[in-house]
Design a protein around this ligand. Sequence first.
Ligand code: EPU
Length: 420
Amino acid sequence: MDKLVIHGNTHLNGEVKISGAKNAAVAIIPATLLVDGITTLENVPNISDVKIICEILNTFGAKVNWIDNNTISIDARNLNCTDAPLDMTSKFRASYYLLGSLLGRCHNVQVGLPGGCNLGARPIDQHIKGFESLGARVNVSQGRISASCDKLIGTSIYFDVISVGATINLLLASVLSNGTTILNNVAKEPHIVDVANFLNSVGADIRGAGSDSIKINGVSHLRGNPTYSIVPDQIEAGTFMVAAVASQGNILIKNCIPKHLEPLSAKILEMGGTINDLGDSLRVSCNHRLSSVNIQTLPYPGFPTDLQPQIGVALSVSSGTGIINEGIWESRFLYTDELNKMGAKISSRGTTAVFEGVSKLLGAPVYASDLRAGAALLIAGMIADGTTELYNIHHIDRGYEQIETKFNSLGAKIKRINCD
Ligand code: EPU
């Protein structure tokens, strides 16, 4: 087990390049199983969730080859369509995308119930409802989920809740189905559009991704040999944006899509930060203490839940009192207990937390409860007085590529230490 030791009081300055989006990559890599050919993916984030999904693809007979640090080729011509190893699939959330892609390609699939960050209940009833509507038989028992069908037949599906995972899974399952599928009340996150763009680039017929309703005209097969570049990670970009203003620094964030970051940009401006939109990069800075704001997390284009813990750190040292209402997950304030160990004054109850801004955080030993909580505590450590030891950093490695290298290039003082 590694830990990060962070010497604080840093004003972050310089430039950083954003990697490809985790939540797009962990969907597009399983999507390549639908392609009867070889796919090359560029701008792939080199993170542990991506490495695990690549290993799982290999167990299905797909040949995943790392061409360089951020490029992979996947040969899915000869799949053996067996069951996914349960210990591997239950390790992380995105293994549920194997359900959609293998149901579409092989008409039969079994995976372990998905794991992932502990954010409260994480049901998959909408995924199951969608597969069943397409004609699949789905069975959940003893920690496994299996789905099979003779063929999938296009239909109209209305999601009762807006779900990123269910939207993508039903896109995957329906591209090779017979007829037309219409998905209503879908998620609109940039990675939904990226998955649809990838599938269209290999011959799918998907329209409307990014709106409330997506239409998929089933096609008989998807062709190989395309090269596709994964969209930049808006959550990684947002993490650096928050770090820039919370540390009263100045960062040029390169390889990002400013449009995807508008909900965060609006809040940073409201808090007194400065943002210059340079097209494919953002310069984010602040030279004074931020002011508190209230935040409500919502599905895109609302304020993203995956940036809630990071902005929570900024609120913890802002002047005044701010309130965050978490609108997606029932339990995403575990990080506030850790921040309180660093001198923050946060009280949380259910899905609401009240942040009474303090002038300074103080370094302390803290534990990451999940990926974004880990990123938030890293920011806290960089702006605090003294030294912070951050444990459970395997959570951070799931979703951020070379995080301490990137922050150290901006002036942070972070060391990774092996505790074994
Ligand atoms: N929900 C249901 N039934 C379902 C599916 C979801 O009730 O069948 C509920 C959930 O309980 C939650 C809400 O709908 O309250 C939204 O869940 P969603 O399905 O959108 O989440 P997800 O697909 O499991 C993805 C990201 C999360 C991110 C959420 C919301 C991946 C692999 N994960 O999860 O990312 O928080 O969307 O944007 O794409 C992260 O990257 O740190 C992370 C947790």
